[in-house]
Write a protein that binds this ligand. Structure first.
Ligand SMILES: [Zn+2]
Ligand SMILES: [Zn+2]
Ligand SMILES: [Zn+2]
Length: 274
């Protein structure tokens, strides 16, 4: 399983567009891994998790080709993860070739928002070359070659957010963003898995514990709990993602923070062979 981090920033990206705080100023000066787009993840060449306003920039920055994406999983409809205008680019007048038929999975607020966006342009699912699949937290299903499980996130409750466990070719991936401390039902469901790679958000940085996002300390605690509960394969890669300039230092300082715990801060363009 090939995992490509398309974007590893929080809602406002890193640096934030109009911000001159110390973190943003340092990130601008250093460039490279300090520059983070809004979050999205690609698995192999055919599965995409989330599609925020930086999807185009992610393609430019990584060389990703989205034309063969046949499965799109959407965690929730916050604007940094979900930008329906991306779907307009699948119409025949914007896309000269016919994109792969795409199965899109989201909870009711997400699929509802896609239908609203389609109706505003007088478009159907067919016009977008996609089919909407409404899922619920706790659901498991087969999507092409992938077994996908949606786990309940502790985030904006009204959006019914989820995060995902993905199994393919005997390998298992956890991608947990956006979420605060995992709900107990999610920990119970996680016991069905042994992950080869675990990605956990750390939006709140070096700050007080979050309830609907995780701090860097909470990210470490969650990664250590995954290990102590026996949910990680030996040698599993562990990552933090969804970084905000508000309380999160630039890249190298994040490396130093996470290294003693065997965790790596993800960065835009990072490719991991799981
Ligand atoms: Zn987010
Ligand atoms: Zn800033
Ligand atoms: Zn969110």
């Amino acid at each position: 399983m090939r995992v490509l981090f398309l974007g590893t920033g929080a809602a406002e990206g890193y640096p934030a567009i109009f911000c001159e705080c110390a973190h943003c100023t340092t990130a601008r000066a250093r460039g490279g891994r300090n520059l983070r787009r809004r979050s999205a993840l690609m698995v192999n060449d055919d599965l995409l998790i989330d599609m925020g306003p930086d999807l185009m920039a992610s393609m430019h920055g990584t060389g990703a080709n989205f034309g063969r994406v046949s499965t799109m999983l959407i965690t929730h409809s916050h604007g940094d993860h979900f930008h329906p205008a991306n779907l307009y680019m699948r119409r025949s007048n914007f896309c000269a070739t016919t994109p792969a038929q795409m199965e899109v999975y989201g909870t009711p607020p997400t699929t509802g928002a896609i239908m609203t966006a389609a109706n505003e342009r007088n478009l159907s699912e067919e016009g977008f070359h996609l089919r909407l699949n409404t899922i619920q937290p706790g659901d498991s299903w087969q999507a092409g070659r992938y077994r996908v499980t949606a786990l309940r996130a502790m985030h904006a409750e009204e959006l019914e957010p989820v995060f995902f466990a993905i199994e393919e070719g005997g390998r298992t991936l956890l991608y947990a963003s956006d979420t605060g401390p995992f709900p107990e039902e999610t920990w119970l469901q996680l016991r069905e898995f042994k992950f080869d790679c675990a990605i956990v958000e750390s939006t709140m940085g070096i700050g007080p514990p979050g309830t609907h996002h995780l701090s860097m300390h909470q990210c470490v605690e969650h990664q250590l709990k995954l290990e102590s509960e026996g949910l990680l394969q030996p040698g599993a890669r562990r990552f933090a993602t969804h970084f905000s300039h508000n309380r999160t230092p630039p890249y190298l300082e994040c490396v130093d923070f996470f290294a003693p715990h065997g965790i790596e801060p993800a960065y835009d363009g990072l490719v991991v062979q799981v």
